[in-house]
Ligand binder design. Structure first.
Ligand SMILES: *Cc1c(COP(=O)(O)O)cnc(C)c1O
Length: 356
């Protein structure tokens, strides 16, 4: 028995793996593999249409929003967003809350002026900055909803008077938000939606009117909208895995149901860790992520023992990111409560062993 706490690519529902594997051999009883059918066929068009409409339904998107499935990871969006919406005469506002936000800022600087409105780099990104101002003349404001590496999460939507853009790669579809408040949302699929290789993009139709002219077609969101995410061959299988995960989420009760579960999982883990001074939780309590819990050992020499214990019990992927050290437990949508319970049992065992 394995408990997969990987940060990404990460756990997906077992039934998604099973159905995806069946489709590789025989897709929908066609006698053909999902990997060998043309993308411009009714067979695949139905996959794309259902995936798009499930995203709209689950996120309760207004008719003003377009849903795209685009190539590349979220890192492609780091430059594609400013390529479309920033230029040398314009400035964009960014919030710097961690490694991914920093990378987005670096790419944006290639296309125009970047104004970093707030940063938590002074304390190793262990909190979410407050009290910053987003200038009214910014082309947009960009932030990361969940900082996958540092284990912080923004629990409310920041208010500003400019178009709002969010990298939701690691908490998309995990909690109820008013997604219609955003002008642009992007998320690499491999954490909460599906297989690596595809991005989910939600863009406001009016915001698209502000896009720059003369872009390469593959980089131009308007062209992708006009072509229904099929400008060229889309990542067919990755999109199919997204569809299966979206169906699974709908069956479960949608975003409110998964949010409830995600809160229970995170709460169990955090309260267990808080019980003992053996563990140190660096992130400010109110900014803790429901998806990625980060902790270290007060006595670093015990970390090896803890890892060995985890290995013995089939716990995968809990070593912290190389930038942060310690441990990181990722509890995405598909992570069952039973795996978090197994981990907390192990933590309790560890506490009993060492806190005498
Ligand atoms: C994983 C991640 C990325 C990078 O995704 P890629 O698909 O590897 O480019 C960007 N932002 C956030 C918040 C992430 O968690």
């Amino acid at each position: 028995m394995k408990h997969n706490f990987n940060a990404g690519p990460s756990i997906l529902p077992k039934e998604v793996f099973e159905e995806a594997s069946r489709a590789i051999v025989d897709f929908n009883n066609t006698g053909l593999s999902i990997l060998e059918i043309g993308h411009r066929t009714p067979l695949f068009e139905a996959v794309m249409d259902e995936a798009v409409s499930l995203v709209k339904e689950l996120m309760k998107l207004s008719p003003d929003k377009e849903v795209l499935f685009l190539h590349g990871g979220a890192s492609t969006q780091f430059f594609q967003v400013p390529m479309n919406f920033l230029s040398q005469e314009k400035k964009a506002a960014y919030l710097d809350c961690g490694v991914w936000g920093t990378k987005a800022i670096k790419e944006a600087k290639l296309f125009g002026q970047v104004h970093v409105v707030g940063s938590s780099s002074d304390k190793n990104y262990t909190y979410i900055p407050h009290g910053y101002d987003v200038p009214n003349d910014a082309a947009y404001f960009h932030y990361t909803t969940n900082n996958t590496i540092e284990g912080t999460q923004m629990h409310s939507i920041p208010q500003c008077n400019v178009p709002l853009i969010a990298d939701m790669s690691s908490d998309i579809l995990s909690r109820d938000l008013d997604f219609n408040q955003f002008d642009f949302i992007y998320a690499g699929a491999q954490k909460n939606i599906g297989a690596a290789g595809v991005n989910l993009v939600v863009v406001d139709k009016d915001f698209l009117l502000k896009a720059n002219q003369h872009l390469p077609s593959m980089m131009d969101y308007r062209v992708h909208v006009a072509n229904g995410s099929m400008l060229n061959t889309p990542p067919v299988f990755a999109i199919y895995v997204c569809l299966l995960t979206l169906r699974w989420l709908k069956k479960l009760g949608g975003i409110p149901a998964i949010e409830k579960l995600n809160k229970q999982k995170a709460s169990l883990l955090y309260t267990t860790l808080e019980k003992s001074s053996l563990f140190h939780l660096p992130v400010h309590q109110e900014d803790r992520s429901l998806m990625n819990a980060v902790f270290t050992m007060t006595d670093a020499s015990l970390e090896k023992d803890f890892l060995l214990l985890c290995k013995r019990e089939g716990m995968i992927g809990i070593e912290g990111h190389r930038n942060v050290g310690g441990f990181r437990v990722s509890m995405y949508n598909a992570m069952p409560m039973s795996s978090v319970e197994a981990l907390t049992e192990l933590i309790n065992e560890f506490i009993n062993k060492y806190s005498s």
